[in-house]
Ligand binder design. Structure first.
Ligand SMILES: Cc1cc2nc3c(=O)[nH]c(=O)nc-3n(C[C@H](O)[C@H](O)[C@H](O)COP(=O)(O)O)c2cc1C
Length: 177
């Protein structure tokens, strides 16, 4: 897609790896709004909240058949969005010093996306955001676990920082410390 000057618009996909509509979802959606306003980005949002996403079962159907994943669930929609996006912003709550289980399942299932189309993520950049309850709650661990999908310039937040941001913008926070 191009703008009125013929310049290609960046397609940015925001993914929230939280099972709640709270801090992580807020940060990702604010990031999308910022990118749309400042860079005229075409934004899409995909939340893992209440999504049916099955575990990768390492059946190797994806690498054998190159037709996608054996599971037909919410990842079908995610694969489509990821292929269309030029860049990503991926957020996770810190769970026990790492990314959420929901995001881990999501990332594991991306094996099928790349097996079907090895160029699906080629030249695509991403940024990661980790939101923890504590200032040193393990945000760095999220950076390592999330690395397969381009957590290139990870930013760590605490819930407290997000809450302050919520309050400044008269929004309701998640209630965490
Ligand atoms: C199972 C579980 C484990 C957690 N482990 C950590 C942790 O290791 N470090 C941390 O700083 N916060 C931890 N938290 C707190 C969350 O990271 C924090 O509340 C975060 O803001 C939740 O994100 P959300 O508001 O997007 O759901 C944990 C929360 C849960 C439910």
């Amino acid at each position: 897609m191009v703008d009125s000057m013929g310049t290609a618009l960046v397609r940015l996909l925001g993914i929230s790896g939280s099972p709640r509509e709270a801090s992580t979802a807020f940060v990702i959606q604010e990031g999308l709004k910022y990118a749309a306003k400042m860079f005229n980005a075409q934004t899409e949002y995909f939340s893992l909240q209440n999504k049916d996403i099955k575990f990768c079962i390492h059946c190797d159907y994806c690498v054998r058949e190159k037709k996608g994943c054996v599971h037909e669930d919410a990842m079908v929609e995610a694969y489509d969005k990821m292929e269309k996006a030029d860049t990503f912003i991926i957020g996770t709550p810190v769970y026990n010093g790492s990314i959420s289980g929901q995001l881990k399942m999501f990332l594991d299932r991306c094996r099928a996306l790349v097996a079907k189309n090895p160029r699906a993520l080629e030249n695509k950049v991403g940024a990661g955001v980790a939101v923890g309850g504590d200032r040193l709650g393990g945000q760095g661990g999220c950076r390592r676990t999330g690395s397969p999908l381009g957590f290139i310039s990870a930013r760590a937040f605490t819930t407290e920082q997000i809450l302050k941001f919520f309050l400044r913008h008269n929004r309701k926070g998640s209630g965490d410390s």
